[in-house]
Design a protein around this ligand. Structure first.
Ligand code: F6R
Length: 643
């Protein structure tokens, strides 16, 4: 949520910053802005709407400065407006900051700062940061004291001593001021600051929200996400939690705060393996479609190397066979689409290993003092690896003594770093805001985990594991077959694009698929959709059904197929327009459904991997027909870094 970039080098900064922001736009896209050092001044431009709005205004400003910062926003505090867009400037306009995260004590700080004479121009929580830095900077550079009010402090600027030059191993004054400011903050942050008094320096601080620095041939780059720097720099330094950095035009230095002093520290380097194709739509109309078509590849890549001599191997789990055998409960924590993948996994884990498994949304888990013991295996599922609630839940579980296993798509992400072991879903960068290929990667990874637990508990014999693994691997080909034939999906989409609401139903595995199908439809088409276990329909939702009301039923072959068929008939009798996802060869279903989307026969355990594909395509097609922005739906952001 929100994206940050910074650049200090030999090129004009503004286009570099805007290019970086474009790559981060999926993190938030209600407004954006940049601030650039121009001679002895800072110039800033903020625009509401997409980054393209900001880009369009650039030529009017003739910015040539080679150091600056930028931000793309997803509003939390304060409506999307130019005033609330970052960068925020100090009262004197000599310091600018961009911030990603939440400042929880912003209201108290604001009232103290206002009493000291600071003038606020936005409603954001972030603006307090720049005023705190302004105060601290005045104390460091201009010898004002905390008792001076703002006017006194500004008066003393006339007789200021020049800010010291940045020396190797010594933090800039701006960084010291930033460190003093952060000591007053409660919350989470990635912050970049520039000051007209120390040209070429970007002061950075990080707590919880990620920040990386990359050394390029043309200068130093800073970003909240490696996506902005892929193909730009070969490797990045991942700023550690609580670390600070001074970034200058051709070098950077990392610091840790020790007893309120900044001491030189080492940052952790990470190579960026860049595949330019990931950022290109290629022959596809949008990234969502491209990513849906990547799913067969994701299945194959996620499974690669996982079956060895008839046994599932997940060495990253870092638990011995004996330790695995001691696991007496599994708790899976996740949000959104990742939560739906977890609902599928519950069935598999309990079915194959008989270990009780609970699934909980991370935002509930973290606030209810859940029962977690050292023999509980906690599994955290997160595509981005930086969802604030999931991270908080991981920390809570570890404090309670549990081993935490992360399943994520992003190498080096906070979930990967804070878990005891991690499995990567091999989906590659997912650019469309609505998750598709990551869901598949999560389903496959969780299925591997369920097989591993079944194997460790001695409930699955080697031959069974091998057979199940091979069937799981076959879903890649089955997914390809579904992607080749999409005409029934398009017809169904046309027939309910003008509806106001839709009901998704299914049982067992199908219930979880229905949940994910409904979420996809809501996200990209803004059509209200609700998912219900099919058997629950008559306990309330059936009242919604009137002639033409869309009911989407997951009716693949499963132990509860007949029951789902009865539920479809109940809906049909009341006039529903039924779209069924069914198994090839099911000749009977056509008499109860208006549209049938056939998918290849797969074992019920693996059916979510294939059954979700038509629902992803259906949601996208409906969104397209309704003229929605497929890759960047309104109000959403790809990484949810606030709670
Ligand atoms: C839906 C979607 C969201 C995410 C949720 C969790 O398409 O993308 O519901 O699944 O915000 O995000 P991660 O998996 O990054 O923790």
């Amino acid at each position: 949520m929100c994206g940050i970039v910074g650049y200090s080098g030999s090129r004009p900064a503004a286009p570099v910053l805007v290019n970086g922001l474009k790559r981060l736009e999926y993190r938030g896209y209600d407004s954006s802005g940049i601030a650039v050092e121009e001679g002895a001044q800072l110039k800033s431009i903020c625009r509401t709407g997409r980054i393209s709005e900001l880009e369009r205004s650039l030529p009017d400003f003739h910015l040539t400065g080679s150091c600056g910062i930028g931000h793309t926003r997803w509003a939390t505090h304060g409506a999307p407006s130019e005033a609330n867009a970052h960068p925020h400037l100090s009262c004197e306009g000599d310091i600018a900051i961009v911030h990603n995260g939440i400042i929880e004590n912003h209201a108290e700080l604001r009232s103290v700062l206002e009493k000291r004479g600071h003038r606020f121009t936005s409603q954001t929580d972030s603006e307090v940061i720049v005023h705190l830095i302004e105060d601290a900077y005045a104390r460091l550079a201009f010898q004002t004291s905390e008792d001076d009010d703002m006017e006194d402090a500004l008066g003393k600027r006339e007789e200021r001593t020049p800010a010291s030059e940045v020396k190797a191993g010594e933090p800039s004054l701006l960084l010291q001021a930033l460190s003093m400011a952060t000591s007053m903050l409660i919350g989470s942050w990635a912050i970049c600051a520039i000051s007209s008094h120390e040209p070429g320096i970007i002061a950075c601080a990080r707590k919880e929200s990620p920040l990386v620095i990359g050394h390029g041939a043309d200068g130093e780059h800073v970003a909240s996400d490696v996506t902005a720097l892929q193909g730009v720099v070969p490797q990045v330094c991942v700023l550690g939690d609580g670390q600070f950095a001074d970034v200058a035009s051709h070098s950077f230095a990392v610091f840790s705060s020790v007893e309120e002093r900044l001491i030189s520290a080492k940052g952790e380097m990470m190579r960026l393996d860049w595949n330019a194709e990931v950022a290109e739509r290629g022959r596809f109309a949008d990234f969502m479609l491209k990513e849906i078509y990547e799913q067969p590849r994701v299945i194959r890549d996620t499974l690669e190397g996982r079956l060895n001599h008839g046994a599932i191997t997940i060495s990253e789990l870092s638990l011995t066979h004996e330790e695995l055998n001691l696991v007496d409960r599994v708790v899976i924590i996740a949000c959104g689409t990742s939560y739906h993948a977890a609902l599928v996994a519950k069935n598999l884990i309990e079915g194959w290993s008989r270990i009780p498994c609970e699934v909980e949304v991370a935002s509930e888990f973290r606030y209810r003092d859940p029962i977690i013991t050292p023999s509980t295996l906690v599994v955290a599922v997160s595509q981005s690896g930086e969802t604030a609630d999931t991270l908080a839940a991981i920390r809570d579980a570890r404090i309670k003594g549990a081993k935490v296993f992360g399943i994520t798509n992003v190498i080096g992400s906070p979930v990967a770093r804070e878990s005891d072991g991690v499995i990567y879903t091999k989906a590659n960068k997912e650019i469309a805001v609505a998750s598709t290929k990551s869901f598949t990667g999560q389903l496959v990874s969780l299925t591997l985990l369920a097989l591993l637990l079944g194997q460790a508990k001695g409930r699955l014999k080697q031959a069974q594991v091998r057979m199940l693994f091979n069937e799981l691997a076959n879903t890649a080909e089955q997914a390809e077959a579904i992607l080749k034939e999409a005409s029934a999906i398009d017809e169904a989409a046309v027939s309910f694009k003008d509806s106001r609401s839709a009901l998704f139903i299914g049982r067992g595995m199908g219930a979880a698929v229905a949940e994910e199908g409904a979420l996809k439809l809501k996200e990209v088409s803004y059509l209200h959709a609700e998912a219900y276990p099919a058997g629950e329909m008559k306990h309330g939702p059936i009242a919604l059904i009137e002639p033409g009301f869309p009911v989407i039923a997951v009716a693949t072959q499963s132990p509860t197929y007949d029951k789902v068929l009865s539920n479809i008939q109940e809906a049909k009798t009341r006039g529903a327009m039924v779209v069924a996802v069914a198994t090839e060869g099911d000749e009977g279903i056509g008499q109860f459904a208006d549209h049938v989307i056939f998918i290849p026969r797969v074992r019920d355990a693996f059916s979510p991997i294939t059954a979700i594909i038509p629902l992803q395509l259906l949601a996208r097609k409906i969104a397209l027909l309704r003229g929605c922005n497929i890759d960047q739906p309104r109000n959403l952001a790809k990484s949810v870094t606030v709670e």
